[in-house]
Design a protein around this ligand. Structure first.
Ligand code: GAP
Length: 514
């Protein structure tokens, strides 16, 4: 559960994102649309930079991975074959008094979190009392803590069983037994628990009957599976090889909350890696390690990432884990890595009647490859960057600054070009410098307000460098270069600017660290 301080951080990040042109509620003039957001001028740049970082990592650094861009609309049978029509459900329950809708499993998880908080409180109390406090010993022997822990274990097991058996009655029984109340009305007046399919449906063409019903894709992966042989044959790809894709996905989430963490329209960056059957575990471990390294190279703090194995494997997986990130509301899923077996290709072969097999010329045999998938939410990546780079600092003069310490290669603008005054030929000189730099670096030009104020505005949108053009520039062709993070200023020759800044802001240099 988020601590009050973390709640404040999250609230501040959300309002900062809006105030500085990163994220706006969708169609805000009509009071917004629940769990749908628009990316503003700075958000779109940051998002594009994250995409580039991912796309280049996958397709440039791996000669056996190619990228595609499949359509959002797919033949409806795709979703029968993938299991989404029958099994892409969440259990929902309504409170009859507040008329609010909840995910039944999340209500029960909330109960478990409360028990965990109780344990932490007991631990904190005891740690204050005893000098040589041994946490492990305390947790295993204190009667109250043991009781809480037993309850957690029991509820977790029953929840996992009910979820994997799609047992709605068992979920309702748990909600009743645990006396879970609606956070809004405070009552326990619940409806039965029902399955709710998360896919958005619409009609294609002019006749609205069932035959024309199609879905907005709930994951980008299926666009890769149905094109597996097209790409393999036209690209003369040899197993093992991968297909990468970035694109929109849509899910009618029952409870969409926590800003862009859980949205109804979002973007995924997915890669399906096709391997020889029997080799999937080796590749699963390989991609787990690779993907974590990719995240860590951003420098947002290694301690903010961890693996979490899935307790319940999806119908298609024989191994799966998440890379979790320490968001303001705690560690949550950022990316999923799944060993999907041959489930998808086999199922498409069955439903389409078309062979989905690879001919292995070395072994002179046909087989359906197994698949290891890496799937990261672009919006969650964005949120992880935004939250961990948002900082407030007290300065020596007693004032405060808000600074977004976005990794320079991802920052929306790389450099602000600031003539000290609006006269004496300084704006003209500034434009000359910008016209030289703008081919390699996204520049932001500003001549209004005092220089200190302009620096603060650039700090707030995460611009890593500011160049100030003053009267000395006209004499010796040097400028002041200010660093966002240290606020240090140095005098630099105009001729040296390009290579110095391009080096520091290059996505390619970031990739070299992985
Ligand atoms: N193809 C596999 C797949 O879609 P998933 O775990 O359901 O797996 C992958 O989703 C990633 O997509 C998640 O780790 C998360 O980052 C992102 N994601 C999923 N649902 C989302 C939502 N409603 N809003 C934002 N991102 C979401």
């Amino acid at each position: 559960m988020a601590q009050p301080q973390e709640d404040n951080l999250f609230k501040n990040v959300i309002s900062h994102a809006k105030e500085y042109g990163f994220i706006f509620p969708s169609s805000e003039i009509y009071d917004g649309l629940s769990a749908v957001y628009d990316y503003g001028q700075n958000g779109a740049e940051l998002k594009n930079n994250i995409k580039e970082y991912w796309w280049k990592f996958m397709t440039l650094l791996h000669e056996n991975i190619v990228g595609i861009d499949a359509a959002i609309f797919m033949h409806p049978t795709t979703w029968k074959a993938s299991g989404h029509v029958d099994a892409f459900n969440d259990p929902m329950v309504d409170n009859k008094d507040s008329k609010k809708r909840y995910r039944a499993d999340q209500l029960i998880e909330g109960y478990i979190e409360k028990q965990e908080e109780k344990i932490e409180k007991e631990v904190e109390k005891a740690a204050k009392r005893f000098e040589n406090f041994d946490r492990a010993m305390f947790v295993s022997t204190n009667a109250r803590v043991v009781e809480y822990q037993n309850k957690i274990n029991e509820v977790s097991t029953r929840l996992a069983q009910a979820m994997s058996n799609s047992d709605m009655v068992a979920l309702k029984q748990l909600i009743d037994e645990l006396e879970i109340a609606c956070p809004i009305s405070g009552t326990r007046n619940w409806t039965e628990v029902r399955q709710f399919n998360l896919m958005f449906a619409t009609e294609m063409g002019s006749v609205a009957d069932d035959a024309n019903k199609i879905y907005l894709r709930p994951e980008t992966a299926q666009g890769i599976f149905v094109n597996f042989l097209n790409v393999q044959k036209t690209g003369r790809m040899k197993v093992p090889f991968g297909i990468a894709q970035i694109g929109k996905a849509f899910r009618n989430e029952i409870v969409a909350r926590q800003f862009i963490f859980r949205m109804r329209e979002f973007e995924q960056m997915e890669m399906q890696f096709f391997v020889k059957p029997g080799e999937e575990m080796k590749w699963y471990e390989y991609w787990k390690e690779k993907r974590l390294k990719w995240h860590k190279a951003l420098g947002l703090g290694n301690e903010n990432y961890r693996y979490k194995d899935h307790d319940n494997l999806a119908h298609y997986a024989n191994a799966a884990c998440d890379i979790q990130f320490n968001f303001p509301m705690g560690f949550r899923e950022l990316e999923g890595i799944h060993s999907r077996t041959d489930f998808d290709l086999k199922s498409h072969e069955k439903f389409s009647g078309k062979k989905m097999q690879y001919f292995d010329s070395e072994a002179n045999t046909n087989y359906i490859p197994f698949v290891v998938e890496t799937s990261v939410g672009l919006d969650r990546m964005f949120l992880s960057v935004l939250c961990s780079s948002y900082q407030t600092e007290k300065l020596e003069d007693g004032s405060e600054r808000v600074v977004l310490r976005i990794p320079a290669p991802l920052a929306p603008n790389k450099v602000a070009i600031l003539p000290l005054m609006k006269k004496d030929g300084l704006p003209e000189k500034a434009m000359e410098i910008m016209n030289d730099l703008k081919f390699d670096l996204r520049c932001f030009y500003e001549e209004k307000d005092a220089i200190g104020k302009r620096y603060r505005r650039q700090d707030a949108i995460g611009t890593p460098y500011c160049i100030t053009i003053d009267h000395q520039t006209l004499e010796d062709n040097t400028v002041t270069l200010r660093n966002r993070d240290t606020m240090q200023q140095e005098r630099v020759a105009v001729a040296d600017l390009r290579h110095k800044l391009v080096d520091a802001c290059s996505i390619n240099n970031l990739l070299r660290k992985i």
